[in-house]
Design a protein around this ligand. Structure first.
Ligand code: BTN
Length: 319
C-alpha cells in the first residue's frame, strides 16, 4: 500500500485494510525500517515510503508485480540449489500457471547444456517462471524466444542499455552476455504438464571470473551505476505477460517476429552455423514465425535453422 500510494497512507487505512491493530501496524513499519526501507511517519497524516533498499523478499517482489497472472504467486528463497529445480518441484505439486521462484543465491545454478551458472549472493537476478501452456510440446522452445524478447524490451526500457538478442535466447550488450535463459519442461509426447523458464540477469556484478571476463557483462558495467533488482523483475514479467498473450493467440511467433528481428544482433550478420554434421558460414536475415533462424549459405541456398540442433556464432567469436 505504501508503494502504490504517492502520498501518505494513514495508520487508520492500514488498520482497516489488514484488519489489525495500530500496534501491529507500527510493528510492521518498524520491521520494514529494519529491512532498510525509509518510511516517514508524520502525526495526523500517516506513513510515506521515501526510499527502498535493493532487497529481494516476498513482499518486495509482490509489490512490483503489475500484471494479472505472471508472478502473482511468488516464492522467494534466500538460498536454493537452482530456481529451475525448485520450480519443477512446485510444478509437480500443482503450483499454478504464472508461479515465480526467485532466489538471492543459487548453490547449483544451471546453464544450458549442463554448464554451471555462477550465482553469488546480493547482486544479480535468478528467477524461474512456471507455465502450464495449452500447447503441443514441440511448440515449447518458442517460449524461450518470447522470454528473450521480453527481457531485451524490459531491460532497454528500464535501464537504457542497448540490450539485443543473440539467437535464440541470449541477451547481449556490445557482444557480451548480459542474461541467460534455461527452459525445461515436463511433458508427454502430446501434452505439456508444465514448462519452467529460468532467467539469470547480471545486474550489479562488478567483476567476472577470469574465464568469462571477455564474454560477460552486467548492467553495472555497462551503465556505470547500480540498479535495484525488484523493479527489473516486475518489468520483465509485465512484458512477458503481454508477449505471451500475443504468442498464444496464434501459437507461433508471427506477431512477435518483427519486434524480435528488430532486436536481433544476428540480423544481416555473417554467422557460423555449427551443425552436428559440420560447420558452414552464412548470412542470417532473422527468424521465421516458428523461431527458426533463416540463413543464406555462400552457395546461395537458403535454410531455416532450428535451435535445438545447431548453434550460431559470429564469424569472429561469440556474436
Ligand atoms: C545459459 O545461458 O546457459 C542459461 C543460464 C540460465 C541461468 C538461470 S539463473 C535462474 C535459473 N536457475 C538456474 O539454475 N538456471 C537459470
Amino acid at each position: 500500500m505504501l508503494r502504490k500510494s504517492s502520498g501518505y497512507v494513514s495508520g487508520q487505512q492500514l488498520c482497516e485494510q489488514f484488519q489489525v491493530s495500530r500496534t501491529a501496524v507500527w510493528k510492521a513499519i518498524e520491521q520494514l525500517k529494519e529491512e532498510g526501507y525509509k518510511i516517514e511517519a508524520v502525526r495526523n497524516r500517516g506513513y510515506r515510503l521515501s526510499e527502498s533498499p535493493d532487497i529481494l523478499s516476498q513482499a518486495e517482489i509482490a509489490s512490483r508485480i503489475t500484471g494479472i497472472w505472471a508472478g502473482r504467486n511468488v516464492s522467494y528463497l534466500p538460498v536454493v540449489d537452482s530456481t529451475n529445480t525448485q520450480a519443477k518441484h512446485m510444478g509437480e505439486e500443482g503450483a499454478p500457471h504464472g508461479t515465480l521462484v526467485v532466489a538471492e543465491k543459487q548453490q547449483a545454478g544451471k546453464g544450458r547444456r549442463g554448464r554451471v551458472w555462477e550465482s553469488p549472493s546480493g547482486r544479480d537476478i535468478y528467477m524461474t517462471l512456471l507455465l502450464r501452456p495449452d500447447l503441443q510440446p514441440a511448440a515449447a522452445p518458442m517460449l524461450t524466444l518470447v522470454m528473450a524478447l521480453s527481457l531485451a524490451e524490459a531491460l532497454r526500457q528500464e535501464t537504457g542499455v542497448d540490450a539485443r538478442i543473440k539467437w535464440p535466447n541470449d541477451i547481449v550488450v556490445d557482444g557480451k552476455k548480459l542474461c541467460g535463459i534455461l527452459t525445461e519442461m515436463s511433458a508427454e509426447v502430446d501434452y505439456i504438464h508444465y514448462v519452467v523458464i529460468g532467467v539469470g540477469i547480471n545486474v550489479n556484478q562488478d567483476v567476472f571470473p577470469e574465464e568469462i571476463r571477455t564474454k560477460a557483462t552486467s548492467l553495472f558495467l555497462e551503465k556505470g551505476k547500480e540498479f535495484p533488482r525488484s523493479p527489473l523483475i516486475g518489468a520483465v514479467l509485465e512484458r512477458f505477460e503481454v508477449n505471451y498473450a500475443l504468442f498464444m493467440e496464434s501459437e507461433d511467433l508471427s506477431s512477435l517476429q518483427k519486434a524480435y528481428n528488430d532486436l536481433l544482433v544476428n540480423a544481416g550478420a555473417r554467422v557460423q552455423v555449427l551443425e552436428p554434421k559440420g560447420a558452414y558460414t552464412a548470412v542470417s536475415s532473422g527468424i521465421n514465425e516458428k523461431g527458426e533462424l533463416l540463413v543464406q549459405k555462400d552457395d546461395g541456398t537458403c535454410e531455416a535453422v532450428f535451435a535445438g540442433e545447431v548453434s550460431v556464432r559470429g564469424i569472429y567469436g561469440y556474436v
